[in-house]
Design a binder for this molecule. Sequence first.
Ligand code: MTE
Length: 313
Amino acid sequence: MLIRPSDPLTSSETTPESMYLNRREFLAAAGILGAGLVAGAAPRPAGAQDPQAVGKPFGLQSDDKPTPWKDVTGYNNFYEFGTDKSDPAEYAKGFVPRPWTVQVDGLVAKSGQFQLEDFLKPSVVEDRIYRHRCVEAWSMVIPWRGIMLADVLKRAQPTPAAKYVEFTTLHDAKRMPGQRSGVLQWPYVEGLRLDEAMYPLVLLATGVYGRDLPNQNGAPLRLVVPWKYGFKGIKSIVRIRLVDKQPRNTWNLSAPQEYGFYSNVNPEVDHPRWTQAKERRIGEFARRPTLMFNGYKDQVASLYSGMDLRQNY
Ligand code: MTE
């Protein structure tokens, strides 16, 4: 995904709060109320793989098949553990993602520091199968396990001044050897507009294939926003902060002419160095056409009505 200097991004518009969807209304509208949910299921310990426990597909096409475990967990981007696709699986082996503290703060009525278990406990753990599209024009289909980010945000009670959510990865070069290099600015940071963050498709994932997240996939907690390029899916999150200004995000800091804030999957807006019109599904030979918003257009297009998506890439 590397790198050249360039122009700063222009500012963007925000969507009114009235566009938030109520979770049950959304699930009912999407026709999946109850279908892909494992109400009250407790997170499974690593080692208890049970693909049968994984819920039904969510917004998939008929020819979308879950990508095999070995690719989901062996072909990764996680620069804290190296820049090759096979590096994270190898160099994150010794990473111990427990105990883990998550800080929720900024423009909220209820800030706090939580042990991971307490952070997760009040929420419903769900299994959802999503398309996963990397900006490098490869894709997968991943059975995630996680909780809805909206649930966490509602509990924190954002103040009226809160417009964006900023996420931060652990910064600890002793545990994450890639942070000893200057390949990116550390810690890795990401952001969403508050209404995007509240959208019920957005997960804080704790697992894949019914197991706890392997370290290389962002243990113990990572973001999943299925209509955006994969780099928005920040891994190993330690902080969730509500803010009033658009946060910077790591790939935008690194190469702003190539990576924007919105990063919605869009086959009509090419990356400056390659086309986004097609993608290589890992495990397939022929490339397939990329879908607008990664196939989630019906659900999320209204979040961006009136915005120029070429400008706001
Ligand atoms: N999060 C952190 N902290 N560090 C990273 O290097 N890489 C991003 C994103 N989250 C990255 C990260 C990129 S570029 C992609 S495509 C996805 O993670 C890859 O997720 P996966 O390895 O689970 O497929």
